[in-house]
Design a protein around this ligand. Structure first.
Ligand code: F6R
Length: 588
């Protein structure tokens, strides 16, 4: 949440920062702003709205200077307004700060600073950082030391970038529990919340650790650890390329990413030699086993648990990451926690990891972002290899997670390898051909207020995922649940014309799900069957190809992703930027 970019270069930076802002806008899109230093003056332009609107209104790109910082906001403290947009300047406008995170003790800090004569212009927690740094800078006259001293007073999470009016050669950054990385370019250096912000200029990055402070000049980065000692760390090369983050001919990233899935499922199956076996060994040996994740990744975790329980006979609990604390009594030495996350930066997930590690449990992660905090905190890492996911709604990362989870379960079951990925890729391509039919469904149902998704057994998480996608992209109320639960309450909401999607592959649960469909139909529901096999109970039938049972969720979720995407378009929502949300949820 919140996108940060800073750049110091031999050339004007406003254009570079604006492009970077566009690339990290998926992290938050309430407001945006930029600050540069030119002619010994610090200038700030900022406002509420999307980057493109603010550029049109205020002309961010006209700011002069070879050094600057820029920010896209996902509001936490203080409403969405021009004055609450970042950057925030100190009283004398000599220090400018951008921030991602939450300062939990901002109220006492604000009170103390106000009593010393500091005047605040916004309602944000961030502004206290600017005032604190201004006060420290007046004392120590050193940007890095001033920032370091100020951050020691902060409680909460932060990734910040700071500029000082009288030091037009330096940007200072600091982080705790929020991502911040350095980009090492030719004659330009970057500070950003993720690599996408500067991938056009360099793929060489240095990942900062908690409590480190960095001073960036155009020639390099000086990193200082919490003990005040300099830390030397070589840049690593990231695998993602600029071409990965272009929309190509698609109207939206979300649609592009849905359509990438025939390749994604194959890419996810290719893992470093021995890594899956090592992961599986630790799963098998664990005295107590947990899976944890948030949102869509949690749904992939539920699928993994199902097979571990049913096929491998391993007892394991799946817990949403934000609730793992409540289960800490069952963690400890000998426990293992499988963590699934696209971004590897989700605050709830990282908090769960902290709790698990503190107890002595091992962390086994399945993650997309290779250099992310999660990947760095893990004992074993399996990568999704699906390239950057820019659309706020998780699509290709989900199917990649299902693939990797299945590799692990198969290894736990003693299989030397998992086969059938070429066929799976082809089946996904066929599932994508349901789009025309989905457009028909959207035409019939786009204005309905409620939607339900049900399934049984292994497919239940697919129902939950279908509902989550529809909610977040179309803003239509949707619920996903095991079909067996309908009669315990939800059936009361079904009336004439209520659309219900029944995900029902041929197999063990097929007959029971057909009974649920009949019960729904008898109460007026219009049942949409998603299956490899048709039945007269369905008013509409979306046929997906038959693949190995463990991969069925992958082909079943494709039409549900398409449904959510086209609903959003029909309802004139921007599917890439759903309201109130942001990708990479780095606040608790
Ligand atoms: C839904 C969605 C979110 C994420 C969740 C976890 O489409 O994108 O529910 O799945 O915020 O994010 P990661 O996987 O990055 O930890």
């Amino acid at each position: 949440m919140c996108g940060i970019i800073g750049c110091v270069a031999e050339e004007p930076v406003a254009g570079i920062l604006l492009e970077g802002l566009r690339r990290v806008e998926y992290r938050g899109y309430d407001s945006a702003g930029m600050a540069t230093i030119s002619g010994a003056r610090l200038r700030v332009k900022k406002g509420a709205g999307r980057v493109v609107e603010i550029e049109e209104r205020l002309g961010l790109s006209s700011l002069k200077g070879n050094i600057g910082i820029a920010h896209t906001r996902w509001a936490t403290h203080g409403g969405v307004s021009d004055k609450n947009a970042h950057p925030h300047a100190s009283c004398r406008e000599s220090v400018a700060v951008i921030h991602n995170g939450i300062i939990e003790n901002y109220l006492p800090l604000k009170k103390a600073l106000t009593s010393k004569g500091h005047r605040f212009k916004s309602e944000t927690d961030t502004e206290v950082i600017a005032h604190l740094i201004e006060a420290e800078y007046a004392r120590v006259k050193d940007p890095l030391k001033a920032t370091s001293a100020a951050t020691k007073k902060l409680k909460g999470q932060y990734a910040i970038a700071v500029m000082f009016q009288d030091r037009p050669d330096v940007i200072v950054g600091a982080r705790k529990d929020a991502p911040l990385i350095v980009g090492v370019g030719d004659g330009k250096m970057f500070l950003a919340s993720d690599v996408l912000a500067f991938i056009e200029h360099t793929d060489r990055t240095i990942f900062l650790e908690n409590f480190e402070v960095v001073e960036l000049t155009r020639n390099g980065a000086k990193i200082v650890g919490p003990n005040g000692k300099e830390v030397r760390r070589k840049p690593t090369q990231v695998a993602w390329e600029l071409s990965d983050i272009s929309k190509t001919d698609y109207a939206h990233y979300t649609l592009k990413e849905i359509n990438e899935q025939p390749q994604t499922v194959v890419g996810a199956s290719v893992q470093e030699a021995g890594r899956v076996a090592e992961f599986a060994k630790m799963v098998k040996r664990a005295k107590s086993l947990f899976i944890t994740a948030s949102g869509t990744s949690y749904h992939a975790g539920l699928l993994m648990k199902f097979r571990l329980n049913k096929e491998a006979g391993l007892r394991c609990d799946v817990v949403v990451a934000g609730e793992l604390r409540e289960h800490a009594g069952f963690l400890g030495k000998g426990a293992a926690v499988v963590v699934l996350s696209q971004s590897g930066e989700t605050a709830d997930v990282m908090e769960a990891v902290k709790i698990a590690k503190k107890s002595g449990a091992k962390i086994l992660s399945i993650v997309n972002a290779a250099g992310s905090s999660l990947a760095r905190e893990s004992d074993v890492v399996l990568l999704l290899n699906c390239g950057p996911e820019v659309g706020v709604a998780a699509t290709k990362s989900f199917t990649a997670q299902v693939v990797v989870a299945n590799l692990v379960v198969d290894a736990v079951l003693g299989k030397k390898r998992t086969n059938g990925f070429k066929e799976l890729g082809e089946a996904v391509r066929v599932a994508l051909e349901t789009e025309k039919q989905i457009l028909g469904l959207v035409k019939s149902y786009w204005d309905r207020p409620d939607f339900y998704f049900v399934a049984r057994g292994y497919e239940s998480p697919v129902a939950m995922e279908g509902a989550l996608k529809l909610k977040e992209l179309s803003y239509v109320h949707a619920e996903g649940m095991p079909a067996s639960e309908l009669k315990h309450g939800t059936l009361a909401l079904i009336e004439k014309g209520t659309p219900v999607v029944v995900i029902n592959p041929s197999g063990d649960a097929h007959a029971d799900s057909l009974s649920s469909a009949e019960e729904l139909k008898a109460r007026g529901a219009e049942v949409i069957g998603v299956s490899d096999t048709n039945d007269s109970v369905y008013k509409h039938f979306v046929q997906v190809p038959k693949v190995q049972a463990k991969f069925m969720p992958i082909v079943e979720v494709i039409p549900l992703q398409l449904l959510a995407y086209h609903f959003a378009v029909a309802r004139r929502n921007d599917p890439d930027y759903p309201r109130n949300l942001a990708k990479s949820v780095t606040v608790k």
